[in-house]
Design a protein around this ligand. Structure first.
Ligand code: FPP
Length: 247
């Protein structure tokens, strides 16, 4: 990761290297139509497709989508099964298209509670798309920012207890090597849909200096055009990383 001291920057042609998205509003989209929540998630897959296309067209290098949080395991079993089955369907049905688009897929999170079929499907799509160089797509599944940090702290504490690391010498990069995103730069832009102003336990370390764009649109209605609006909003921002504006 390269998040220690990025340079302040702004400019209308600046493309965010890494865009993260909290895809929110599937349930409300379905409720508005008196449909089961599952239908909202299913429709949400189309928005995933649109977003990948838009990210490639804009020249984004890394797209990170929050698909399922650790807290989502507490949803009714029927909804969990539906979400896992959608993940399988996505992994199977989009595989060839993703390969053609040059997308490299990684599924990141605590996959231990995941059922075998879904795990096999996600491993297969990761394997099939390994050579993708156009866009790195991270699907965050069974992910919790706090748990990720806690696990990193535990690993550092273990190293310190073994005498391999002096606690006074611990630097950001030591912690970052234990994060799921260890090989990635921090997100430049976070998009959250459905008008909610919350981080919801997503990438708590990595979002420290990320610009945030809140879209009022429910996730299933999110289009390439909305993604473009978020990029344009980002390009109007001046990023200072805690410093003062350049003279
Ligand atoms: C939040 O909406 C969305 C989710 C918990 C799941 C996201 C899943 C998808 C977009 C579809 C599958 C994606 C892939 C990559 C296979 P919510 O249910 O919390 O909506 P609400 O706040 O309106 O209830």
């Amino acid at each position: 990761m390269t998040n220690s001291a990025p340079s302040p920057s702004h400019g209308s042609d600046r493309v965010p290297r890494h865009v993260a998205v909290i895809m929110d509003g599937n349930g409300r989209w379905a409720a508005d139509r008196e449909l089961p929540r599952y239908e909202g998630h299913r429709e949400g897959m189309k928005a995933v497709r649109e977003t990948i296309e838009a990210a490639i067209a804009e020249g984004v290098e890394i797209l990170t989508l929050f698909a399922f949080s650790t807290e989502n395991w507490n949803r009714p079993e029927e909804e969990i099964l539906a979400l896992m089955s959608l993940l399988q369907i996505y992994a199977h049905s989009e595989r060839d298209e993703l390969v053609e688009q040059g997308v490299q897929v990684k599924v990141l999170g605590d996959l231990a509670p995941m059922d075998r079929d879904t795990l096999e499907a996600v491993r297969a799509v990761e394997e099939a798309t390994r050579g993708g160089r156009q866009l790195r797509l991270n699907l965050m599944v069974s992910y919790s920012g706090r748990t990720e940090l806690l696990n990193a702290v535990r690993s550092l504490a273990r190293e310190a207890a073994l005498g391999a690391l002096d606690p006074d010498d611990i630097l950001p990069r030591h912690l970052e090597q234990y994060l799921h995103t260890r090989d990635l730069p921090d997100p430049d832009l976070l998009i959250r849909t459905s008008g909610e102003f919350r981080i919801s336990n997503f990438m708590l370390w990595q979002l420290a200096y990320t610009e945030i764009h809140i879209s009022p649109v429910l996730w299933p209605d999110f289009t390439r055009g909305h993604f473009g609006e978020a990029i344009r909003d980002y390009q109007r921002r001046e990023r200072r990383f805690g410093r003062v504006t350049a003279p």
